[in-house]
Design a protein around this ligand. Structure first.
Ligand code: ADP
Length: 311
């Protein structure tokens, strides 16, 4: 495995009974990368993380973290990675300090090392003042921050974040991302993120998609967005079929969600003003906008020729 790879997987597969939930996954993630694995609930994201971090064994295939084959020394792998799951690993009845000191002891940090590291991490979130407070007294965002601090106490080379901002409001989500960004910059951590808030994955260096256990190679979010289309044309209409018949020959089949249609277009395809006049009252609303990562996702998994298809 090349030294600059933080994560490598070859044919990584997990099967429960007859059901294959992760299917022959191949991955190569460079050290220092911010990597995003995107997919709907049940796609196999958490199972992938569980296998890569030795929490569950793979049915088939191999994986390496920072050059170490994971089955050779699972204990060493667990020291090399940091994990932050949707379900908190913290005890709410204990203070931040006690929670983090307890975790630090599990990582064999000396009391003075632990003290210094806890102080350093809490200062990033402005939580030093609350160090002696019990977790029940904190907001959801603050608790999540402590969860992440717990996950990186031992300065892991690779940090796995499984839906880290689920259930948080926007300011708290932003503050989590500032922290993760700082960890990446200051400590050179490789970050492996799963999320279904696709707008958050726009900051990743590289994203791949997973659907029913199958990995679909993606790319840099900005490139995927540029490759998708120049504009997305959204139309609401009482009779969407009429609009589809009228516009599909020009722009191709749209994505349809009830009465809303989304077409991929390039600026040279269309004179928007003329189009608006032509469609007139047959549409209730019409707008065009730049595409985003959500559109990339929708066009991969919900586009007319992929709906209902087996991947
Ligand atoms: P995601 O993280 O993308 O939401 P998961 O990796 O949690 O998806 O789950 C993938 C699939 O594996 C789901 O269909 C889930 O029900 C199934 N699964 C996960 N863990 C188990 C288990 N211990 N036993 C049986 N099926 C499981």
């Amino acid at each position: 495995m090349p030294a600059d790879l933080a994560i490598k997987a070859q044919g990584l597969t997990k099967q429960y009974g007859q059901t294959v939930v992760v299917n022959a996954l191949d991955l190569e993630i460079e050290a220092g990368q911010f990597y995003g694995l995107l997919g709907p609930n049940g796609a196999g994201k958490s199972t992938t993380i569980h296998m890569l971090t030795t929490m569950t064994s793979a049915t088939q295939g191999d994986a390496w973290i920072a050059g170490q084959k994971i089955i050779d020394d699972p204990v060493a792998i667990r020291r090399t990675v940091g994990l932050v799951f949707q379900d908190s690993a913290l005890d709410r009845t204990m203070s931040i300090d006690d929670n983090l000191k307890f975790a630090a002891a599990l990582y064999n940090l000396s009391p003075s090392e632990a003290d210094k590291r806890i102080d350093e991490l809490l200062s990033v979130f402005g939580l030093q003042e609350k160090r002696k407070q019990k977790l029940v007294a904190l907001s959801g965002g603050q608790r999540r921050a402590v969860d992440i601090a717990r996950g990186v106490l031992h300065k892991p080379k690779v940090l796995f974040l499984d839906e880290p901002t689920i259930g948080l409001d926007l300011p708290n989500r932003r503050s989590i991302w500032r922290f993760v960004d700082k960890l990446r910059r200051d400590e050179g951590m490789t970050v492996f993120l799963t999320t279904h808030y696709l707008e958050e994955a726009a900051a990743c260096d590289h994203v791949d998609f997973i659907q029913l256990g199958h990995l679909e190679k993606g790319g840099a979010p900005s490139e995927l967005i540029t490759q998708l289309a120049e504009y997305i044309l959204e139309i609401d209409a009482d009779k969407p079929d009429d609009i589809i018949n009228q516009l599909s020959p020009l722009f191709g089949a749209p994505i349809q969600e009830d009465q809303q249609l989304s077409f991929k277009i390039s600026a040279s395809d269309v004179d928007f003003f003329t189009l608006q006049q032509t469609l007139g009252d047959t549409v209730s609303s019409m707008q065009w906008r730049k595409p985003n990562l959500n559109d990339v996702y929708l066009w991969r998994f919900c586009a007319p020729d992929t709906v209902g298809s087996e991947k």
